[in-house]
Ligand binder design. Structure first.
Ligand SMILES: *Cc1c(COP(=O)(O)O)cnc(C)c1O
Length: 419
């Protein structure tokens, strides 16, 4: 790490030495005990049981049930396939209402099966789907609602449940971010008709790639199990349409190993979050998204909102400056699903009803956290942000004279010119 900047020209974007000599990423995997993983991998090789409902899968599913208090866990190869199988199993068709401010998989999982995602605006304070707007979008073709617990913060579950009940709709919850989080004291997993977790490498708990559909509904769980495995009910008996959504034994082994370190992951994330929270207060116009600390949280995301009018600098400029310093911040979930294809072309009118989504997508920035980051890095990142905000005016003046900065990961986006 280089010493703190004293002048604007010390910023790497203007030719100075980057604050960090190696890159700091958002979403570096949380990795548990290697020896425990290696032992499990040895075991599964010895057993010659690589996939197809093996003992690690069984154990992983049991652990998820125990930690969420949900009756059934159907582990799958990833959350996207989990959402797809769930949409089929529960009979979604026609239109389904969901937020646009989410990872594109929430929408793609529907559209892949010919279901039309109808994007709903969000509540700007929670970043989650706004139940008041949901009701306006219900038509005779609507069959369900998908709420997303963005950043691990539960969406307004009770209100959505009430709307779903009144209109006879299914309620699914994309809980990809929310494993080990609670809502009104109850663990996420048991709400709606079913919830879906992701155990992708960059999620809080990882199984390399993986996911799970959790539900208290016996019949639905049985259907999901069949669909996950081509509809096989016995060796030569296929009783329904299905796909290959199975979680392999090495994934389950990694999942189990991650679960064993869960408390450590939470502790690290929580400590990082509080360090950011303490140190970012000195930067006006930069606000940190808060977690509800009387609930269980996994603190997996450090989410900023940049108020350009106060900070003197916009989100995109800040993002670019940080990248030059080797702090690879991320603009999740920019620009919103409704501005990605095929949705942008198919439903251009969505923009009009999503003002909060469009505003928020332009001001949110996620910073690195997790076990790859410690107090030294966080102090330096916060110092950097404070310096940038303090010198915002001088930076803006100098902006047009800076050399072109192009990180290999940042390719020019044809989309941006349309927004
Ligand atoms: C990561 C993510 C998914 C997809 O999860 P995979 O396991 O990678 O398929 C779905 N929804 C949201 C909100 C996500 O962040």
């Amino acid at each position: 790490m280089t010493p703190p900047k004293s002048q604007v020209r010390d910023l790497a974007i203007f030719g100075g030495v980057p604050a960090f000599s190696s890159e700091l990423h958002v979403g570096r995997p949380n990795i548990g005990d290697r020896e425990a993983l290696f032992k499990r991998i040895n075991d599964l090789l010895d057993r010659k049981r690589l996939t197809n409902d093996g003992p690690f899968l069984y154990e992983f599913e049991q652990r998820i049930c125990a930690s969420t208090g949900v009756k059934h866990c159907v582990a799958v190869c990833n959350a996207t396939v989990g959402l797809e199988i769930l949409a089929k199993a529960i009979g979604l068709s026609g239109e389904v209402i969901l937020p646009s401010f989410t990872f594109v998989a929430t929408a793609h999982a529907l559209r892949w099966h010919g279901i039309t995602p109808v994007f709903c605006d969000i509540d700007p304070t929670t970043h989650n789907i706004d139940p008041q707007r949901v009701e306006e979008l219900i038509t005779s073709r609507t069959t369900g609602i998908i709420g997303v617990h963005l950043w691990g913060r539960p969406c307004e579950i009770q209100k959505l449940e009430e709307i779903a009940r009144r209109h006879n709709l299914k309620l699914l919850l994309d809980a990809a971010h929310a494993f080990a989080c609670s809502h009104k004291g109850q663990m996420i997993g048991g709400f709606g008709n079913a919830e879906v977790f992701s155990f992708h490498a960059i999620k809080f708990v990882n199984a390399f790639e993986g996911g799970a559909v959790v539900t208290n509904n016996d019949e639905l769980a049985a259907k999901l199990r069949l669909m996950r495995n081509f509809g096989f009910a016995g060796l030569d008996t296929v009783t329904s349409l299905g796909t290959n959504g199975k979680m392999s034994e090495p994934s389950a082994a990694m999942g189990l190993t991650s679960l064993e370190s869960l408390n450590g992951f939470i502790e690290t994330n929580r400590r990082n979050y509080h360090l950011y929270k303490q140190q970012l207060v000195t930067s006006p116009g930069i606000s940190l998204l808060r977690y509800q600390e009387d609930e269980k949280c996994n603190y997996q995301y450090v989410v900023l909102e940049i108020d350009e009018a106060v900070a003197g600098i916009g989100r995109d400029m800040l993002d670019e400056i940080l990248w030059a310093e080797n702090v690879l911040s991320r603009r999740y979930f920019y620009p919103g699903c409704h501005l990605m294809e095929p949705y942008r072309k198919e439903a251009p009118e969505a923009r009009v009803r999503l003002p909060q989504t469009e505003r928020l997508a332009k001001v949110v920035l996620c910073l690195p956290t997790g076990s790859a980051i410690g107090s030294t890095e966080i102090t330096a990142i916060c110092g950097l942000i404070e310096f940038i905000v303090k010198h915002a005016e001088a930076i803006r003046e100098r902006w047009s004279m800076k050399p072109v900065f192009r990180h290999p990961l940042r390719t020019a986006s044809s989309l941006e010119s349309h927004i």
